[in-house]
Write a protein that binds this ligand. Structure first.
Ligand SMILES: Nc1ncnc2c1ncn2[C@@H]1O[C@H](COP(=O)(O)OP(=O)(O)OP(=O)(O)O)[C@@H](O)[C@H]1O
Ligand SMILES: CC(C)(CO)[C@@H](O)C(=O)NCCC(=O)O
Ligand SMILES: [K+]
Length: 257
């Protein structure tokens, strides 16, 4: 089985692909101190709990946190007897071209999302991912990655308000009933929710204008469904977009000598 690992700045997601479908997905906080042995104890007990008798024989990793890759490599060598494919490393080829400034290191999660978006929807596309950051990534008609936008993440913005202002509490992100709030929590929820609806809609409109063509918008990440409820922001929501992209990149490297 293939183990796909999507390591973000906040959370790390492990998914098992049996050749036909993802049979299990597990999420843990990203911590660079975690050792290979700790990962394995955690993973093997979850597999036992779900009665998954899998032999992992291939691993693909996308990590926005360079420091965690070392221990994940040890995990693969020690427990799965394989060398992981790491997105962004020269030995991991991509099925699409990356057209950005020379020397630019594009976050692997962003590349993976665009590969997946192009596989599912073709081009031209904008992929919006609501993770630690809110990212917009643009896919040309031939599938090439041609750049994007990085804005602060939704939870990060909410947390920043709380951290910086003594009288602002910790609040969950949700869609408020009205735009004009009558209490602190409702006011903050409105600022974040309608603020991001405006941000996402505005940036997509400007990208379309700049590129002067119709483009579909695909949303992913934990908060995408919430923002989809606010306005007609997305043509589709794909919660498993990153995992889908990891699988495609793995197959591409396996099949293309
Ligand atoms: N209504 C909500 N309010 C706050 N957080 C939410 C809500 N719904 C989902 N989430 C959060 O969304 C997160 C899942 O998002 P996602 O995996 O896309 O990004 P992340 O793990 O936060 O970031 P990264 O991938 O950069 O590590 C989960 O941590 C989940 O708690
Ligand atoms: C922007 C984030 C944090 C989104 O996860 C990640 O993709 C990243 O660290 N990127 C590196 C810089 C870049 O993508 O241009
Ligand atoms: K993510």
């Amino acid at each position: 089985m293939l183990l796909a690992i999507d390591c973000g700045n906040t959370n790390t997601v492990f998914s098992l692909w049996d050749g036909t479908q993802f049979v299990a997905t597990w999420r843990t906080a990203t911590e660079h101190q975690r050792t290979a042995d700790q990962y394995y104890v955690w993973l093997s007990s979850l597999m036992a709990l779900q009665k998954i008798e899998a032999t992992v024989d291939a691993v693909i990793i996308s990590s926005t946190v360079p420091r965690v890759v070392f221990n994940l490599r040890v995990l693969c060598n020690r427990y799965f007897d394989c060398r992981p494919l790491v997105v962004g490393k020269p030995e991991c080829r991509l099925p699409v071209e990356v057209r950005v400034d020379a020397g630019t290191q594009v976050g692997p999660d962003r590349l993976v999302n665009t590969v997946a978006g192009h596989d599912l929807y073709g081009g031209d596309l904008i992929v919006v991912d609501f993770g630690t950051a809110t990212t917009f990534d643009v896919v040309a008609s031939d599938g090439a990655y041609v750049g994007g936008v990085i804005a602060p993440g939704v939870n990060l913005s909410m947390e920043a308000l709380h951290m910086a202002a003594a009288a602002l509490p910790h609040v969950d992100v949700t869609r408020p009933d009205t735009v004009v709030g009558r209490n602190t929590v409702a006011c903050m929820q409105s600022g974040i929710f309608w603020g991001y609806v405006g941000l996402v809609g505005g940036i997509c409109a400007r990208i379309r204008e700049e590129r002067d063509r119709p483009m579909r918008v695909i949303g992913t990440g934990g908060l995408a469904p919430l923002f989809a409820s606010g306005e007609d922001l997305f043509d589709a929501i794909e919660p498993e977009l990153t995992m889908h992209g990891l699988r495609i990149i793995h197959d591409f490297n396996k099949d293309t000598p």
